[in-house]
Ligand binder design. Structure first.
Ligand code: 2P0
Length: 325
């Protein structure tokens, strides 16, 4: 009753920003992402008939408190699904996601946990079922079941059984790369969970955000199929700006941007004005991710490293979906 799985994190090009059901983690809008090979979590789950509680070790540290509770509550969901409610597990995880890079380690973390736990319990499930289960740990994690580009379908049903990610094209379809620009290692003030809730509940711009998602998705998927970098980059950058605009219309208003965030956004736009096709996207934190093509890697890395306030630039290619070790 033991299994090890690896999952890579993903970066959303069309953002998940808002829930219609907070407990089941059902989103208000579809989102679309690129899985990244540079950032991943490897997790071993061992179910033990004699254990009286779950244990969680992350990067060789025993985890307690809220982070432990979240993992244990998530294992309850898997146990219920498997019909094996009285068996506890030892969870052992190694994160190859530099926290400072501002990637949600919850995406690779919950994807690896879901895959290892279901495999350890001997469940024979499809990727779709795995994605649906993963979603209940952390929304963005459901996209990490697949490599390359994936879309999370919000679904319509109240029970969430039609809310899961589907693959668009695999990692080897198109060599698009992402530079993670590290600006700040500080813990963010408002978690993405709290930020999206405040936005849904209060932002006067929220309906505008929702109205534009279907068009953004149609366009970006056509761009991906055509390997049209300008089109994909422009839509991703604009979608990111729309998401961040919703936070300014919330009550109380907030932003994830720092002055250095804006300096990097400007650096990207200046590079573009000189003929280098690069585009930015930003999640629920100050750090910036920059999309580029392999032939521009050297100049993109150098220019970003020299931008004001940048402490590190970490490069990544498109990555694969879940693997079992
Ligand atoms: C995304 N983010 O699509 C968006 C863009 C942040 C900005 O998914 O509450 O950690 O666990 O479902 O997945 C971050 O939120 O939130 C996120 P929960 P999650 O990647």
């Amino acid at each position: 009753m033991k299994a090890t799985a690896r999952a890579h994190t993903n970066i959303a090009l069309i953002k998940y920003w808002g829930k219609r059901d907070e407990e089941k983690i059902l989103p208000t809008n579809n989102s679309l992402s690129l899985t990244l090979d540079g950032f991943y979590t490897t997790t071993t789950v061992t179910f033990n008939e004699d254990a009286t509680e779950d244990t969680f070790v992350l990067d060789e540290q025993v985890v307690s408190g809220e982070a432990y509770e979240r993992v244990s509550r998530y294992l309850d969901i898997i146990r219920r699904y498997a019909g094996k409610e009285n068996i506890f597990a030892d969870v052992y995880s190694i994160n190859a996601v530099p926290t400072a890079a501002g990637f949600a380690s919850s995406a690779s973390g919950f994807a690896a946990l879901a895959a290892a736990a279901t495999r350890a319990l001997g469940l024979d499930i499809t990727d779709q079922e795995l994605s649906m289960l993963t979603r209940q740990g952390s929304g963005s994690a459901c996209r990490s079941i697949y490599g390359g580009f994936a879309e999370w379908e919000k679904g319509k049903k109240l029970d969430g059984s039609d809310s899961y990610a589907v693959p668009i094209v695999p990692a080897n379809y198109w060599d698009v790369r992402v530079a993670a620009v590290v600006l700040s290692a500080e813990k963010k003030d408002i978690s993405s969970r709290a930020g999206m809730k405040r936005t849904v509940d209060t932002s006067v711009f929220y309906q505008g955000w929702l109205n534009h998602i279907p068009d953004d998705l149609t366009e970006i998927k056509a761009g991906i199929m055509d390997r049209d970098f300008e089109k994909v980059g422009q839509i991703a950058e604009a979608n990111c700006l729309k998401m961040h605009a919703t936070t300014l219309g919330a009550n109380p208003p907030f932003t994830y941007w720092h002055d250095t965030t804006m300096a990097v956004m400007q650096t990207v736009q200046t590079m573009r004005a000189t003929g280098i096709p690069v585009f930015f996207t930003i999640d629920a934190g100050p750090n910036v991710k920059v999309l580029y093509l392999p032939e521009h890697e050297a100049i993109v890395e150098k220019t970003l490293q020299e931008a004001p306030g940048v402490s590190d630039v970490i490069l990544s290619r498109a990555g694969n979906g879940i693997s079992y070790i």
